[in-house]
Design a protein around this ligand. Structure first.
Ligand code: ATP
Ligand code: MG
Length: 571
């Protein structure tokens, strides 16, 4: 492109005219882009100029550009574009990539708004001609894409070759347009639900914290506040977990575990967990477990329960006071040796689902548009998660429903059968954690306290360091095999968990390679997990720490190779 000509002499405009012009330009930004930000490359800083709410939740007013941009990749892109975008948004290579061009751009499909274009435009260069200032924009390009489809799609070729009638061509174009439009609608509905669903408990937490602070000497009141805070936090956590789960399942990073489970116990456990809700709505529950030829099976117990709970909690939610819910389990003959086919049916006398919506209820964030439904809490992820899990297990979910009469969900799965009494699980000795010493490396005081308390409950001793550097020094200062386990936070000032783990592994002492290091972190995306492995850590558990999970982790590492080696050296 040649040099730009400014028709009106910009410099001669008075202040007010300039201001007006700037306002107009800003206004056009808002219309054209859903995010505009200014990047200072040498300082690795991004300043938000304007953006839609869901982007602003990540960007804020600005911050470290390299981090913020990668966070945007996480919330924006579909799994298949994640790598491409992550490279495109990489701040560290920007200078090189803008060496002889002022504009970099890429197209991708975002999970909320369909086709988008991301752009970097160089606005400033230093005396060596290296880019120092950039404008970053995100733009919705669904209309352009549609135009492209219209221009170049095979549809058109077929039409022009006479293989398709004009009507068919129009119809198919319309369909692809509808798909894009629907993706946009889902996005805005989801965002408005989310901001409501997240804000409500958040307001309760902040409000109750203030109330507690104002009544700090009134024990009853403070306890009441703490209970309410706990309730809301649990709800928020559930919501977060659902969304993260959905993401993981879609990206395919969930590994199904192979647990031995007893189907009758599984159903009973499930009923126990929903009893309170059923009672509260005075619903009638009937459960029928038909003669199962095989009760002991191999399946991922957590995920299979999640499937059933998601379906039953819907049955409870969408069935009025006093309604009926039937659960039936049956085994269907399967000629394959070692495999059983099981059918789980969940039937309710609830509000039912409109025929035109029945195909959509398994899509993420889809909820029936009905005032009775919007009054009920939900994100529209339950069935999407259930279907994905069942698909991963090689099964399927079917649904039949009549509006105002009720719905019936049938889950069919093939499971490996366990020959009864072949192997019984060994019981864990109770006091296995006595005389064990854990090193906690964590910068947040509250998290440190919580971990210490949990470890105390399990009978362990613990010592702590407040950052990676302190962790390295503490480990180094102790005799070999002094610690039995290290719990390592990842994001910490001065030295982070990854660097700390690497430094420990590189030490020249007998216990450095073997000491179990478990990452305890809120970063649960697959890249983060991969990074902890790369840094030499053995395992990874999510925050907030689940006591049972931590116990399992402890017992695994306290009885592993490292523990045996320690034992050998001591005796
Ligand atoms: P959550 O993510 O909290 O489960 P949700 O219940 O809205 O939210 P899904 O479980 O995915 O989301 O269900 C999607 C939609 O399907 C519901 O919003 C509801 O409209 C419809 N639906 C699901 N199960 C039933 C049922 N048993 N009876 C009537 N409608 C149902
Ligand atoms: Mg649900």
């Amino acid at each position: 492109m040649g040099e730009m000509w400014w028709i009106n002499d910009y410099k001669s405009l008075n202040y007010e005219k300039k201001l007006q012009l700037h306002k107009n330009i800003m206004k056009s930004f808002e219309e054209l882009y859903f995010c505009v930000a200014d990047i200072n490359l040498p300082n690795d800083y991004i300043d938000t100029i304007c953006c839609e709410q869901f982007i602003s939740e990540v960007l804020g007013v600005g911050g470290t550009a390299s981090i913020r941009l990668q966070e945007i990749v996480m919330i924006l892109s579909n799994a298949e574009y994640q790598e491409q975008l992550s490279d495109f948004f990489d701040i560290y290579t920007l200078r090189e990539r803008t060496g002889n061009t002022n504009i970099l751009q890429t197209e991708f499909v975002s999970q909320f708004s369909g086709w988008c274009m991301a752009r970097f435009v160089v606005t400033d260069r230093d005396k060596d001609n290296n880019a120092t200032g950039l404008i970053f924009t995100l733009k919705d390009i669904n209309t352009e894409k549609l135009w492209e489809i219209e221009k170049s799609n095979t549809l058109r070729v077929d039409f022009e070759n006479g293989k398709k009638s004009r009507e068919d061509f129009r119809e198919e174009l319309k369909k692809s347009y509808e798909t894009v439009k629907r993706a946009n609608e889902i996005k805005s509905e989801f965002l408005s639900h989310m901001s409501h669903d997240v804000r409500t408990p958040m307001n309760a937490i902040i409000g109750m914290t203030d109330v507690a602070a104002a009544n700090i000497n009134d024990r009853t009141k403070v306890e009441d506040c703490l209970n309410k805070i706990k309730e809301s936090s649990n709800y928020l956590l559930r919501l977060l977990n659902e969304i993260i789960d959905m993401n993981k399942i879609e990206i395919g990073t969930v590994d199904l575990s192979e647990d031995e489970i007893n189907l009758t116990n599984l159903v009973q456990e499930m009923i126990r967990s929903i009893k309170t809700d059923i009672r509260a709505k005075e619903q009638h529950l009937s459960v029928k477990i038909n003669q199962l030829e095989h009760k002991q099976v191999i399946a991922d117990s957590v995920h299979i329960q999640q499937v059933f709970i998601n379906i039953i909690s819907n049955a409870i939610k969408y069935t009025p006071q006093g309604g009926k819910i039937n659960i039936e389990v049956a085994e269907i003959a399967n000629p394959q040796p070692g495999i059983g086919t099981f059918e789980f049916v969940f039937e309710d006398t609830g509000i039912g689902i409109q025929p035109e919506n029945i195909d959509r209820i398994f899509e993420p964030f889809e909820r029936e548009e009905d005032s009775r439904i919007s009054a009920i809490h939900g994100t529209g992820l339950g069935l999407a998660i259930a279907r994905n899990i069942v698909n991963m297990m090689g099964g399927n979910i079917r649904v039949e429903s009549v509006p105002h009469e009720g719905s019936k969900f049938t889950v069919t799965i093939n499971l490996k059968i366990v020959k009864e009494n072949v192997h019984k699980k060994k019981k864990e000795p109770k006091d296995v954690f006595k005389n064990k010493r854990v090193l906690i490396v964590e910068d947040n005081e509250l998290n440190r306290m919580v971990l210490k308390d949990i470890l105390r409950i399990t009978g362990c001793e613990s010592e702590s360091a407040v950052n990676g550097k302190e962790g390295v020094e503490l480990f180094e200062s102790k005799p070999e095999y002094y610690y039995d386990l290290i719990l390592m936070d990842i994001q910490m000032p001065i030295m982070n968990g990854l660097e700390c783990a690497r430094a420990i592994r590189a030490m020249d002492r007998a216990d450095a390679k073997g000491i179990p290091i478990v990452a305890v972190t809120a970063n649960t995306f697959s890249e983060d997990v991969e990074a902890t492995h790369q840094a030499g850590m053995n395992e990874h558990i999510g925050k907030p720490v689940d006591v049972e999970k931590l116990k399992k982790t402890q017992s695994r590492w306290f009885t592993g190779d490292y523990a045996n080696e320690k034992q050998r050296r001591m005796s």
